[in-house]
Ligand binder design. Sequence first.
Ligand SMILES: [Zn+2]
Length: 446
Amino acid sequence: MIGNVLVGVRTRQWAAWCLGLLACITAPIAAAADCPGHPDALGTSRTLVVDPKAHPRIGTMQYAETLPLRDHEVVLTFDDGPLPHNSNQILEILASQCVKATFFTVGRMARDYPEGVRKLREAGHSIGTHTQNHPLGFDKFSVERAKPEIDDGIASVTAALGDGGGLDPFFRMPGLRRAPAVEDYLASLGIQIWSADFLADDWRHVPASRVYELAMKRLEAKGKGILLLHDIQARTVAALPRILHELKARGYRIVHVVPATQEQPAAPSEPPQWQLHPPSETVAISHWPKIPNFVFAGAGTLPAPSLSDSGWHDGQLVPLAEPFDRGSRRARGVPLPRQAPWPRQSPLALGNAAIALPVPAQSVFEIQEKPRAATQAVTPSSRRAERTLTREADGPANLVSAEAGASRRTTPGRLNLRGARQAGAAQMAARGTRLAAGVGRGLLRR
Ligand SMILES: [Zn+2]
């Protein structure tokens, strides 16, 4: 693929450059000049290789983890295509800026317009799936009902791609309607579920200018992340050039995400990198010193107090061997034991001391409200985000009533996806045949 070749060239150049600089510790950032004929293009700054099995659910709108992006890095995603006119325009805009994105294609759309899926592959974009018919209320689906939607969607997109492969183990829930059992099923297939870090409401009846404003405003609020857009929407086509221009102007960089393969292992990362804002940056509590461990030296040598130390009746205590059965004691004429043999607390003679003491300042009892744990902050906002998504009706309405009768087809495994792009079409076809595996037998497993 052109994109991978470019990345390979960039990596070699960077490695050579790094040899002369001991302080070179960060990955390369491609210059916009890498986009032939478009010297001012936004470009794609780097390719991020991820392991779907190690991080099966990403996107802070719904999950604890998101892609390990650096500040000002953005991943563009487009759902619901391909739709000939609008999706092709989206592809042209992205190509003009040499931007690589991830597309979550609908099986039925791929079946109706397979050429649109192949165009994604030819342009070097990543390709995930988004069910066969984009049903509403996917979170209410049982696994048995969700499986054919997922499997048929994968089969349709795979069929559209043909022997060349190119489907990546990425999936997005229609309307972001998730259900734990469905998530588990996708994880069993080795497929990574992509939520998002922010939306631009481009499926709603808003002008393109509003899509642009929301995209930039929400990106600025988070500083980085996965943006969810729809390549089937005309307003998205209208807003995208301005969004890309503004990303460039404000110093944002595009990251292209691909799944790990045997030839291309996942980039090493640490767990905190998979959080949008690691707790160490924002949680004040993490900076409090720990309670010191006290050392009790010689505790065993202290003498046990003798009863006479209490100074109560010369140490004469009521023997406790007999149970405190007051009723039977009374019946037998046995005197009741005294009340607890401890000296009573005498009221303190305060005198005028209270008047002399200063009244505590009100500030002493102030409760600090600002510092909140980041984990607490994420959860409510995530729930709010999910609630707003209940209205997400992305995708054409006619998809909902579509039949789910697509036959299951054999599908090349993920191994041949990226590898084949590098190895050539002939090798690809051979490996695709060899690695063909049914949906229910570990589709896309690496
Ligand atoms: Zn959708």
